[in-house]
Design a protein around this ligand. Structure first.
Ligand code: HEM
Length: 467
């Protein structure tokens, strides 16, 4: 297989991802040692690693190779075949249908929810002031879950203040089981997985999730019907959740979505829209915590652009320096470090025939550290993303993937992350505890440090504070 798959430049490396201590640094050194493309065996499965723009572009820009790797089936009991997990005709139709749910006008409606939850996050973080260290990831996760529950389902979950919420615990449990299964090769076959305690826990979590989502859909559908039959006396809700958009298209459009279809998309947004955001917020705070001078610059810009005015989408768009800092953090610590595709028809990548049946993994962590495109790649230098400098070449910087299968929620995510980062920086001076060398990075679908993302925070004397 190895010889067939990578006749010229691939090297065969037996490895189990789970046990590699410095996984990403190891990969970086392999990429220098073994050339432009290599193959890693994980248990019985060969994975072809791509991390040069020359090999990444043919995959991400392809309209043919858009199928997710077969590992994504571990998500199917939860997400069915929603946008993340579907392919072929179904994916095309859904993508077309859902695109309108993410245009600027819709996203603007979610700004208020992000601001509200960012304020709750800040008040919760106050408990950590002055402590030698704390892990910011669990805080960011609950905040992101609150936003996505509100925006995807129109439901105020208050996960940040009500930590024992059954649904939130179930979503967290499902995410963590799926992540563990992805990187634990012996748990891949159903026959083995079904004998583990994970399978039992997964079953219990799925029951809670599906019951809750079914209930919300039924309520909202009844409300929608009343409103459209003209019997709805209450003022219609001003903000619409993604679920309302789905109901709208399912009832008014040409495409009929069943309750099952709606449920799989709502669950898909819940899955795709919380861990990625929480991971991004955590790593951006980490990067800024290592470089406090940029925290000051972000706040100076905020003061001069927004000052005492309300945060609006237009205002956020003008914060160019904040945007550059976020991009530079995503470059060094991409929230989604691996993008996996199953190859169902032969393709030549960098003169190498990749045969049908292979799985290719686009490694954004290494791609973003290519010195040809990002000089002194290991240095955190947000200025490289400022508009006076040339934009990165296409497909060299892809934190939200690229091409037809890119992140449908990227504008929404950027708005939310901006609001979270600004709120935290206005309230606290942030420092990172670990330096780059101490990080133990692994991919659990999102980029994770084994010890969490540990910070210290002190109250900030922010003189732009308005009465
Ligand atoms: C900073 C936060 C986020 C990051 C870094 C991110 C990143 C990504 C990436 C890299 C992909 C491609 C994955 C692949 O092809 O395997 C993706 C797909 C997707 N994302 Fe995001 N995402 C974020 C937030 C969101 C949010 C907030 C939502 C929705 C509310 C969302 C919904 C989706 C969906 C539905 C897909 C699948 C699109 C398709 O296959 O057509 N994401 N995201």
């Amino acid at each position: 297989m190895c010889e067939e798959a990578c006749t010229q430049r691939c090297s065969c490396i037996a490895a189990a991802l789970r046990y590699a201590k410095h996984f990403f640094r190891k990969l970086l050194s392999w990429s220098e040692k073994y050339g432009d493309i290599f193959l890693v065996w994980v248990g019985m499965r060969p994975f072809i690693w791509l991390y040069r723009v020359e090999s990444v572009q043919p995959i991400l820009s392809s309209t043919v190779h858009i199928d997710k790797s077969i590992e994504y089936r571990y998500l199917s009991d939860w997400l069915g075949t929603g946008l993340v997990t579907s392919d072929g005709e179904k994916w095309h139709a859904r993508r077309k249908l859902l695109t309108s749910s993410f245009h600027n006008g819709v996203i603007e409606k979610y700004l208020g929810s992000s601001i509200r939850e960012a304020n709750v996050l800040v008040s919760r973080l106050r408990a950590e002031i002055g402590k030698p260290e704390f892990d910011v990831v669990p805080y960011a996760k609950l905040a992101a879950l609150d936003v996505i529950c509100d925006t995807a389902m129109g439901y105020h979950m208050n996960a940040q203040t009500n930590c024992g919420n059954e649904y939130v615990l179930a979503v967290d449990k499902m995410t963590s089981i799926v992540q563990k299964r992805f990187i634990t090769f012996w748990a891949h076959p159903d026959i083995l997985f079904n004998r583990t305690s994970w399978a039992t826990e997964q079953q219990a979590a799925l029951e809670v999730i599906h019951n809750f989502t079914n209930k919300v859909i039924a309520e909202r559908k009844a409300e929608w019907k009343l409103k459209h039959d003209g019997n709805f006396n209450e003022t219609p809700r001003k903000r619409q959740a993604l679920l309302d958009h789905l109901l709208e298209v399912s009832q008014c459009g040409n495409t009929l979505l069943t309750d099952e279809d709606i449920r799989e998309e709502v669950n898909t947004f819940m899955f795709a829209g919380h861990d990625t955001v929480a991971t991004s917020v955590s790593w951006i705070l980490y990067a800024l915590g290592r470089h406090p001078k940029y925290q000051k610059k972000i706040l100076q810009e905020y003061r001069s652009v927004i000052g005492c005015n309300e945060i609006t989408m237009d205002g956020l768009k003008k914060l160019e320096f904040l945007d550059a800092c976020m991009k530079e953090s995503w470059r060094l610590y991409p929230a989604v470090p691996l993008i996996a595709r199953q190859i169902y028809s032969p393709i030549k990548i960098m003169k190498t025939e990749v045969p049908t049946g292979s799985t290719v993994l686009v490694n954004t962590y290494i791609l973003h550290r290519d010195p040809r495109h990002f000089p002194r790649p290991e240095v955190f230098y947000p200025e490289r993303f400022l508009s006076q400098n040339a934009k990165p070449q296409p497909f060299t910087f892809v934190p939200f993937s690229a091409g037809s299968r890119n992140c449908i929620g990227w504008k929404f995510a950027q708005m939310e992350v901006k609001v979270f980062i600004l709120s935290v920086l206005k309230a606290f001076e942030v420092r990172a505890v670990e330096d780059e060398e101490q990080l133990r990075l692994v991919s659990e679908l999102v980029l994770v440090n084994r010890n969490g993302v540990r910070l210290t925070i002190m109250p900030r004397n922010y003189d732009g504070m308005c009465q």
